[in-house]
Design a protein around this ligand. Structure first.
Ligand SMILES: Cc1ncc(COP(=O)(O)O)c(C=O)c1O
Length: 423
Protein backbone atom coordinates (compact mmCIF):
# COMPACT_ATOMS: atom_id res chain seq x y z
CA UNK A 1 0.00 0.00 0.00
CA UNK A 2 2.72 2.45 0.92
CA UNK A 3 4.09 2.49 -2.61
CA UNK A 4 0.95 4.46 -3.73
CA UNK A 5 1.42 7.11 -1.13
CA UNK A 6 3.97 9.12 -3.05
CA UNK A 7 1.81 9.14 -6.20
CA UNK A 8 -1.17 10.74 -4.50
CA UNK A 9 -2.29 13.80 -6.47
CA UNK A 10 -3.36 15.36 -3.20
CA UNK A 11 0.29 15.77 -2.31
CA UNK A 12 0.74 17.95 -5.38
CA UNK A 13 -1.78 20.55 -4.28
CA UNK A 14 -0.04 23.82 -3.56
CA UNK A 15 -1.11 26.22 -0.87
CA UNK A 16 -3.37 29.01 -2.19
CA UNK A 17 -2.84 32.55 -0.90
CA UNK A 18 -5.26 33.60 1.86
CA UNK A 19 -8.25 35.72 0.86
CA UNK A 20 -7.03 39.28 0.39
CA UNK A 21 -9.68 40.72 2.69
CA UNK A 22 -11.05 38.02 5.01
CA UNK A 23 -7.61 36.44 5.45
CA UNK A 24 -6.51 39.64 7.18
CA UNK A 25 -9.19 39.32 9.84
CA UNK A 26 -7.71 35.94 10.78
CA UNK A 27 -4.33 37.60 11.25
CA UNK A 28 -5.94 40.50 13.12
CA UNK A 29 -7.69 38.12 15.52
CA UNK A 30 -4.33 36.63 16.48
CA UNK A 31 -2.65 40.02 16.99
CA UNK A 32 -1.94 40.49 20.71
CA UNK A 33 -1.57 44.30 20.54
CA UNK A 34 -4.30 45.78 22.80
CA UNK A 35 -4.50 48.87 20.58
CA UNK A 36 -5.21 46.90 17.40
CA UNK A 37 -7.82 48.31 15.00
CA UNK A 38 -9.39 46.33 12.14
CA UNK A 39 -10.17 48.63 9.21
CA UNK A 40 -10.21 45.89 6.58
CA UNK A 41 -13.70 44.47 6.11
CA UNK A 42 -16.67 46.38 4.69
CA UNK A 43 -18.89 45.95 7.71
CA UNK A 44 -20.64 48.94 9.22
CA UNK A 45 -19.90 49.38 12.91
CA UNK A 46 -21.38 51.93 15.32
CA UNK A 47 -19.41 54.35 17.49
CA UNK A 48 -18.96 51.57 20.09
CA UNK A 49 -17.31 49.29 17.55
CA UNK A 50 -20.37 47.04 17.39
CA UNK A 51 -22.05 45.60 14.30
CA UNK A 52 -25.42 46.97 15.43
CA UNK A 53 -28.69 45.74 13.91
CA UNK A 54 -30.65 48.52 12.19
CA UNK A 55 -33.85 49.41 14.10
CA UNK A 56 -35.97 48.61 11.03
CA UNK A 57 -34.33 45.22 10.66
CA UNK A 58 -34.72 44.50 14.38
CA UNK A 59 -38.45 45.19 14.14
CA UNK A 60 -38.69 43.03 11.02
CA UNK A 61 -36.90 40.23 12.87
CA UNK A 62 -39.39 40.46 15.74
CA UNK A 63 -42.25 40.09 13.26
CA UNK A 64 -40.60 37.20 11.48
CA UNK A 65 -39.79 35.42 14.74
CA UNK A 66 -43.42 35.79 15.86
CA UNK A 67 -44.78 34.50 12.57
CA UNK A 68 -42.13 31.98 11.73
CA UNK A 69 -44.57 29.06 11.83
CA UNK A 70 -46.57 30.63 9.01
CA UNK A 71 -43.45 30.70 6.83
CA UNK A 72 -43.57 26.91 7.00
CA UNK A 73 -40.75 27.00 9.44
CA UNK A 74 -37.54 25.41 8.24
CA UNK A 75 -38.62 23.92 4.96
CA UNK A 76 -36.63 24.42 1.73
CA UNK A 77 -37.21 27.50 -0.40
CA UNK A 78 -37.73 26.98 -4.13
CA UNK A 79 -34.57 26.96 -6.28
CA UNK A 80 -35.09 30.59 -7.30
CA UNK A 81 -35.92 31.69 -3.77
CA UNK A 82 -38.69 33.07 -1.59
CA UNK A 83 -41.56 34.16 -3.84
CA UNK A 84 -42.81 36.97 -1.53
CA UNK A 85 -39.29 38.32 -1.25
CA UNK A 86 -38.90 38.16 -5.03
CA UNK A 87 -42.12 40.09 -5.59
CA UNK A 88 -41.19 42.82 -3.10
CA UNK A 89 -37.54 43.16 -4.10
CA UNK A 90 -38.50 43.27 -7.76
CA UNK A 91 -40.91 46.04 -6.88
CA UNK A 92 -38.36 47.96 -4.79
CA UNK A 93 -35.58 47.73 -7.36
CA UNK A 94 -37.38 47.96 -10.66
CA UNK A 95 -40.38 50.12 -9.64
CA UNK A 96 -39.32 52.35 -6.75
CA UNK A 97 -35.64 52.69 -7.60
CA UNK A 98 -36.11 53.06 -11.36
CA UNK A 99 -38.93 55.61 -11.09
CA UNK A 100 -41.05 54.27 -13.95
CA UNK A 101 -38.21 53.55 -16.37
CA UNK A 102 -38.60 49.77 -16.07
CA UNK A 103 -42.39 49.87 -16.26
CA UNK A 104 -42.69 48.19 -19.67
CA UNK A 105 -40.21 45.49 -18.77
CA UNK A 106 -42.21 44.64 -15.66
CA UNK A 107 -45.50 44.78 -17.52
CA UNK A 108 -44.24 42.40 -20.20
CA UNK A 109 -42.43 40.02 -17.83
CA UNK A 110 -39.06 40.84 -19.34
CA UNK A 111 -37.12 40.71 -16.08
CA UNK A 112 -35.79 37.37 -14.85
CA UNK A 113 -35.34 37.55 -11.10
CA UNK A 114 -33.84 35.12 -8.59
CA UNK A 115 -32.95 35.37 -4.92
CA UNK A 116 -29.24 34.75 -4.53
CA UNK A 117 -26.63 34.12 -1.85
CA UNK A 118 -26.12 37.84 -1.32
CA UNK A 119 -24.15 39.95 -3.84
CA UNK A 120 -21.36 37.41 -4.23
CA UNK A 121 -23.83 34.70 -5.21
CA UNK A 122 -25.48 37.06 -7.68
CA UNK A 123 -22.17 37.89 -9.37
CA UNK A 124 -21.18 34.21 -9.44
CA UNK A 125 -24.51 33.16 -10.95
CA UNK A 126 -24.38 35.95 -13.55
CA UNK A 127 -20.81 34.94 -14.37
CA UNK A 128 -21.69 31.29 -14.88
CA UNK A 129 -24.73 32.15 -16.99
CA UNK A 130 -22.96 34.76 -19.14
CA UNK A 131 -19.84 32.71 -19.74
CA UNK A 132 -22.00 29.76 -20.75
CA UNK A 133 -24.38 31.56 -23.10
CA UNK A 134 -23.14 35.03 -24.05
CA UNK A 135 -19.39 35.68 -23.84
CA UNK A 136 -16.22 34.43 -22.20
CA UNK A 137 -14.66 37.90 -22.07
CA UNK A 138 -15.21 40.33 -19.24
CA UNK A 139 -13.78 43.74 -18.47
CA UNK A 140 -13.21 44.60 -14.82
CA UNK A 141 -12.05 47.95 -13.42
CA UNK A 142 -8.56 48.33 -12.14
CA UNK A 143 -8.94 48.59 -9.09
CA UNK A 144 -11.92 46.46 -8.08
CA UNK A 145 -13.22 44.39 -5.18
CA UNK A 146 -10.61 41.64 -4.96
CA UNK A 147 -13.20 38.86 -5.13
CA UNK A 148 -14.39 39.92 -8.61
CA UNK A 149 -11.38 38.37 -10.35
CA UNK A 150 -11.74 35.27 -8.25
CA UNK A 151 -15.42 34.88 -9.14
CA UNK A 152 -14.97 35.43 -12.87
CA UNK A 153 -11.99 33.11 -13.03
CA UNK A 154 -13.81 30.33 -11.20
CA UNK A 155 -17.02 30.69 -13.22
CA UNK A 156 -16.12 30.25 -16.84
CA UNK A 157 -14.58 33.48 -18.12
CA UNK A 158 -11.48 32.84 -20.22
CA UNK A 159 -10.47 36.45 -20.77
CA UNK A 160 -10.57 38.83 -17.82
CA UNK A 161 -9.37 42.23 -18.92
CA UNK A 162 -8.69 45.23 -16.69
CA UNK A 163 -9.87 48.68 -17.75
CA UNK A 164 -8.09 51.73 -16.41
CA UNK A 165 -10.40 53.15 -13.78
CA UNK A 166 -8.22 54.99 -11.33
CA UNK A 167 -5.24 57.23 -11.79
CA UNK A 168 -2.82 56.51 -8.95
CA UNK A 169 -0.79 59.60 -9.66
CA UNK A 170 -3.52 62.04 -8.68
CA UNK A 171 -6.28 59.96 -7.07
CA UNK A 172 -8.90 60.68 -9.72
CA UNK A 173 -10.76 58.36 -12.06
CA UNK A 174 -9.64 58.22 -15.63
CA UNK A 175 -12.81 57.92 -17.71
CA UNK A 176 -11.11 58.98 -20.96
CA UNK A 177 -8.45 56.33 -20.65
CA UNK A 178 -11.01 53.75 -19.64
CA UNK A 179 -13.17 54.40 -22.71
CA UNK A 180 -10.24 54.59 -25.10
CA UNK A 181 -9.04 51.18 -23.76
CA UNK A 182 -12.41 49.72 -24.67
CA UNK A 183 -12.68 51.43 -28.06
CA UNK A 184 -9.22 50.35 -29.10
CA UNK A 185 -9.90 46.76 -28.13
CA UNK A 186 -13.28 46.65 -29.86
CA UNK A 187 -11.77 48.10 -33.05
CA UNK A 188 -9.45 45.08 -33.06
CA UNK A 189 -12.05 42.42 -32.22
CA UNK A 190 -15.23 41.17 -33.83
CA UNK A 191 -17.76 43.74 -32.64
CA UNK A 192 -20.66 41.39 -33.34
CA UNK A 193 -19.40 39.13 -30.52
CA UNK A 194 -20.48 40.74 -27.29
CA UNK A 195 -18.08 41.27 -24.39
CA UNK A 196 -19.16 41.76 -20.77
CA UNK A 197 -18.22 44.66 -18.55
CA UNK A 198 -18.50 44.94 -14.79
CA UNK A 199 -19.69 48.30 -13.44
CA UNK A 200 -19.89 49.33 -9.78
CA UNK A 201 -23.29 50.98 -9.29
CA UNK A 202 -22.04 53.44 -6.65
CA UNK A 203 -19.46 53.66 -3.84
CA UNK A 204 -16.79 52.01 -5.96
CA UNK A 205 -14.85 49.44 -3.97
CA UNK A 206 -12.01 50.03 -3.11
CA UNK A 207 -11.48 53.64 -4.29
CA UNK A 208 -14.74 55.19 -3.04
CA UNK A 209 -14.73 57.37 -6.18
CA UNK A 210 -17.49 57.11 -8.79
CA UNK A 211 -17.92 58.76 -12.17
CA UNK A 212 -20.23 61.78 -12.12
CA UNK A 213 -23.74 61.30 -13.51
CA UNK A 214 -22.67 63.12 -16.68
CA UNK A 215 -19.65 60.85 -17.07
CA UNK A 216 -21.87 57.79 -16.60
CA UNK A 217 -24.01 58.91 -19.54
CA UNK A 218 -20.94 58.99 -21.78
CA UNK A 219 -19.72 55.65 -20.44
CA UNK A 220 -23.06 53.94 -20.96
CA UNK A 221 -23.42 55.39 -24.49
CA UNK A 222 -19.97 54.07 -25.35
CA UNK A 223 -20.41 50.56 -23.98
CA UNK A 224 -23.78 50.38 -25.72
CA UNK A 225 -22.20 51.33 -29.05
CA UNK A 226 -19.44 48.77 -28.47
CA UNK A 227 -22.01 45.96 -28.09
CA UNK A 228 -20.99 45.23 -24.53
CA UNK A 229 -23.07 43.54 -21.84
CA UNK A 230 -23.31 45.49 -18.58
CA UNK A 231 -23.18 43.68 -15.26
CA UNK A 232 -24.05 46.15 -12.55
CA UNK A 233 -22.78 45.25 -9.10
CA UNK A 234 -24.94 47.15 -6.62
CA UNK A 235 -23.61 46.19 -3.20
CA UNK A 236 -23.89 49.68 -1.68
CA UNK A 237 -27.24 51.15 -2.74
CA UNK A 238 -27.96 54.02 -0.35
CA UNK A 239 -24.45 54.40 1.02
CA UNK A 240 -23.48 57.15 -1.40
CA UNK A 241 -26.15 59.79 -0.83
CA UNK A 242 -28.02 58.24 2.10
CA UNK A 243 -31.02 57.96 -0.22
CA UNK A 244 -31.65 54.46 -1.54
CA UNK A 245 -33.58 55.66 -4.57
CA UNK A 246 -31.12 58.37 -5.64
CA UNK A 247 -28.28 55.87 -5.59
CA UNK A 248 -29.82 53.69 -8.30
CA UNK A 249 -28.84 56.29 -10.91
CA UNK A 250 -26.69 53.87 -12.90
CA UNK A 251 -29.62 51.51 -13.35
CA UNK A 252 -31.75 54.41 -14.54
CA UNK A 253 -29.02 55.55 -16.93
CA UNK A 254 -28.82 52.06 -18.44
CA UNK A 255 -32.59 51.80 -18.77
CA UNK A 256 -32.80 55.24 -20.39
CA UNK A 257 -30.57 53.93 -23.12
CA UNK A 258 -33.25 51.42 -24.17
CA UNK A 259 -33.01 47.70 -24.78
CA UNK A 260 -29.70 45.90 -24.22
CA UNK A 261 -29.58 43.19 -26.89
CA UNK A 262 -27.83 40.62 -24.68
CA UNK A 263 -29.44 41.72 -21.44
CA UNK A 264 -28.77 44.10 -18.58
CA UNK A 265 -27.58 42.25 -15.47
CA UNK A 266 -28.07 43.51 -11.93
CA UNK A 267 -26.34 41.86 -8.96
CA UNK A 268 -27.81 43.31 -5.81
CA UNK A 269 -27.16 42.81 -2.10
CA UNK A 270 -28.83 43.68 1.21
CA UNK A 271 -25.65 42.86 3.15
CA UNK A 272 -24.57 46.47 3.65
CA UNK A 273 -27.74 48.52 3.34
CA UNK A 274 -29.78 46.26 5.67
CA UNK A 275 -26.83 44.95 7.65
CA UNK A 276 -27.85 41.39 6.74
CA UNK A 277 -24.25 40.31 6.07
CA UNK A 278 -24.28 36.74 7.36
CA UNK A 279 -27.82 36.03 6.22
CA UNK A 280 -26.68 36.16 2.57
CA UNK A 281 -29.63 38.04 1.05
CA UNK A 282 -29.44 39.38 -2.49
CA UNK A 283 -30.71 38.96 -6.02
CA UNK A 284 -29.85 38.67 -9.67
CA UNK A 285 -32.04 40.36 -12.28
CA UNK A 286 -31.66 39.94 -16.03
CA UNK A 287 -33.53 42.50 -18.13
CA UNK A 288 -34.09 41.23 -21.65
CA UNK A 289 -35.09 43.34 -24.66
CA UNK A 290 -38.79 44.17 -24.93
CA UNK A 291 -38.94 42.45 -28.29
CA UNK A 292 -37.21 39.26 -27.11
CA UNK A 293 -39.03 36.05 -28.10
CA UNK A 294 -42.02 35.02 -26.06
CA UNK A 295 -40.14 32.01 -24.62
CA UNK A 296 -36.79 33.76 -24.01
CA UNK A 297 -37.45 34.61 -20.36
CA UNK A 298 -38.83 31.16 -19.61
CA UNK A 299 -35.76 29.61 -21.19
CA UNK A 300 -33.43 31.88 -19.20
CA UNK A 301 -35.25 30.93 -16.02
CA UNK A 302 -34.95 27.26 -16.88
CA UNK A 303 -31.18 27.67 -17.41
CA UNK A 304 -30.58 29.59 -14.20
CA UNK A 305 -32.21 26.88 -12.14
CA UNK A 306 -29.78 24.02 -12.89
CA UNK A 307 -26.84 26.36 -12.24
CA UNK A 308 -28.27 27.28 -8.84
CA UNK A 309 -29.16 23.66 -8.14
CA UNK A 310 -25.57 22.62 -8.79
CA UNK A 311 -24.13 25.46 -6.70
CA UNK A 312 -26.25 25.29 -3.54
CA UNK A 313 -29.67 23.88 -4.51
CA UNK A 314 -31.76 26.70 -3.02
CA UNK A 315 -31.06 29.84 -0.96
CA UNK A 316 -31.51 30.17 2.82
CA UNK A 317 -34.85 31.35 4.16
CA UNK A 318 -34.57 33.46 7.30
CA UNK A 319 -32.82 36.55 5.93
CA UNK A 320 -35.16 36.71 2.96
CA UNK A 321 -38.16 36.74 5.33
CA UNK A 322 -36.58 39.61 7.27
CA UNK A 323 -35.77 41.68 4.16
CA UNK A 324 -39.26 40.96 2.87
CA UNK A 325 -40.84 42.32 6.08
CA UNK A 326 -38.82 45.53 5.79
CA UNK A 327 -39.99 46.03 2.23
CA UNK A 328 -43.66 45.12 2.56
CA UNK A 329 -44.43 47.04 5.76
CA UNK A 330 -44.70 50.78 4.97
CA UNK A 331 -43.64 51.82 8.45
CA UNK A 332 -40.58 49.60 8.46
CA UNK A 333 -39.61 50.64 4.98
CA UNK A 334 -39.69 54.29 5.99
CA UNK A 335 -37.62 53.52 9.03
CA UNK A 336 -35.14 51.58 6.86
CA UNK A 337 -34.66 54.66 4.68
CA UNK A 338 -33.89 56.63 7.87
CA UNK A 339 -31.52 53.94 9.12
CA UNK A 340 -29.52 54.10 5.89
CA UNK A 341 -29.41 57.89 6.06
CA UNK A 342 -28.15 57.69 9.67
CA UNK A 343 -25.41 55.27 8.66
CA UNK A 344 -24.24 57.61 5.91
CA UNK A 345 -24.35 60.57 8.29
CA UNK A 346 -22.03 58.74 10.69
CA UNK A 347 -19.64 57.81 7.86
CA UNK A 348 -19.47 61.50 6.94
CA UNK A 349 -18.81 62.50 10.55
CA UNK A 350 -15.92 60.02 10.67
CA UNK A 351 -14.49 61.59 7.51
CA UNK A 352 -14.87 65.06 9.06
CA UNK A 353 -13.22 64.01 12.31
CA UNK A 354 -10.33 62.42 10.45
CA UNK A 355 -10.02 65.54 8.34
CA UNK A 356 -9.87 67.71 11.46
CA UNK A 357 -6.88 65.69 12.65
CA UNK A 358 -5.09 65.14 9.34
CA UNK A 359 -6.15 67.99 7.04
CA UNK A 360 -6.32 65.60 4.09
CA UNK A 361 -8.78 67.46 1.90
CA UNK A 362 -9.98 64.54 -0.19
CA UNK A 363 -11.44 62.98 2.97
CA UNK A 364 -14.25 65.52 2.84
CA UNK A 365 -14.63 65.81 -0.91
CA UNK A 366 -18.19 64.56 -0.58
CA UNK A 367 -18.95 65.21 -4.24
CA UNK A 368 -16.42 62.61 -5.31
CA UNK A 369 -15.76 60.39 -2.29
CA UNK A 370 -18.55 57.99 -1.43
CA UNK A 371 -19.39 55.09 0.84
CA UNK A 372 -17.72 53.15 3.59
CA UNK A 373 -14.18 53.18 2.25
CA UNK A 374 -11.39 55.71 2.04
CA UNK A 375 -8.57 54.91 -0.37
CA UNK A 376 -5.37 56.07 1.30
CA UNK A 377 -3.11 55.52 -1.73
CA UNK A 378 -0.57 54.10 0.69
CA UNK A 379 2.04 51.81 -0.81
CA UNK A 380 2.21 48.19 0.29
CA UNK A 381 5.20 49.14 2.41
CA UNK A 382 3.18 51.82 4.20
CA UNK A 383 0.23 49.46 4.72
CA UNK A 384 2.55 46.86 6.23
CA UNK A 385 4.24 49.43 8.43
CA UNK A 386 0.83 50.53 9.73
CA UNK A 387 0.01 46.90 10.47
CA UNK A 388 3.35 45.92 12.01
CA UNK A 389 4.09 49.03 14.05
CA UNK A 390 0.60 50.22 15.04
CA UNK A 391 -1.55 47.07 14.61
CA UNK A 392 -3.87 49.06 12.37
CA UNK A 393 -5.10 46.83 9.56
CA UNK A 394 -6.00 48.08 6.06
CA UNK A 395 -6.29 45.88 2.98
CA UNK A 396 -3.05 45.62 0.99
CA UNK A 397 -4.29 48.03 -1.68
CA UNK A 398 -4.52 50.77 0.98
CA UNK A 399 -8.29 50.67 1.45
CA UNK A 400 -9.54 51.79 4.84
CA UNK A 401 -13.00 50.85 6.12
CA UNK A 402 -14.16 54.03 7.82
CA UNK A 403 -16.72 52.74 10.30
CA UNK A 404 -14.05 50.85 12.26
CA UNK A 405 -12.97 54.31 13.48
CA UNK A 406 -14.76 55.60 16.56
CA UNK A 407 -14.34 58.08 19.42
CA UNK A 408 -12.12 55.72 21.36
CA UNK A 409 -9.56 55.07 18.59
CA UNK A 410 -9.71 58.08 16.27
CA UNK A 411 -6.74 59.89 17.83
CA UNK A 412 -4.58 56.78 17.76
CA UNK A 413 -5.55 56.00 14.15
CA UNK A 414 -5.03 59.62 13.02
CA UNK A 415 -1.59 59.79 14.60
CA UNK A 416 -0.53 56.53 12.98
CA UNK A 417 -1.87 57.56 9.55
CA UNK A 418 -0.07 60.87 9.87
CA UNK A 419 3.24 59.19 10.69
CA UNK A 420 2.93 56.50 8.01
CA UNK A 421 2.01 59.05 5.31
CA UNK A 422 5.44 60.63 5.86
CA UNK A 423 7.30 57.45 4.91
C1 LIG B 1 -18.23 45.59 -4.83
C2 LIG B 1 -18.82 44.47 -4.05
N1 LIG B 1 -19.62 43.62 -4.68
C3 LIG B 1 -20.18 42.59 -4.03
C4 LIG B 1 -19.95 42.38 -2.70
C5 LIG B 1 -20.62 41.19 -2.11
O1 LIG B 1 -21.06 41.27 -0.84
P1 LIG B 1 -22.06 40.21 -0.23
O2 LIG B 1 -21.83 38.90 -0.89
O3 LIG B 1 -21.71 40.18 1.21
O4 LIG B 1 -23.42 40.72 -0.52
C6 LIG B 1 -19.11 43.24 -1.99
C7 LIG B 1 -18.80 43.04 -0.58
O5 LIG B 1 -17.90 43.53 0.01
C8 LIG B 1 -18.54 44.32 -2.70
O6 LIG B 1 -17.75 45.20 -2.10
Amino acid sequence: MTRFKSTSLLNKIESAPPDRILGLTDIFNKDANPKKVNLTVGIYKDNFGKVATFPSVKRAQDLVNKNYQSFQSLTYLPINGNQDYSKNVLDFIWNDSCQGLAHNYLLNDKINFVQTLSGTGAVALAAKFLSKFISKTIWVPNYSWSNHLNIFKENGFQYIKPYNYYDDSNGTISVDEWLSNLKLNRSQTDITSPQCILLHACCHNPTGIDPTKEQWKTIINTIYELNMVPIIDMAYQGLESGNLIDDAYLLRTCLSKGDWPNGLYLCQSFAKNMGLYGERVGSLSIVTPLNSNSNTNLNIDSQLKPIIRSFYSSPPGYGSHVANQVLLNKDLKLQWFNDVQNMVNRLKIIRLNLFNNLKWHDLIDFERQHGMFYFTRFTLKQVHHLRNKYAIYLTDDGRLSLSGINDSNIDYVSEALYEVAKL
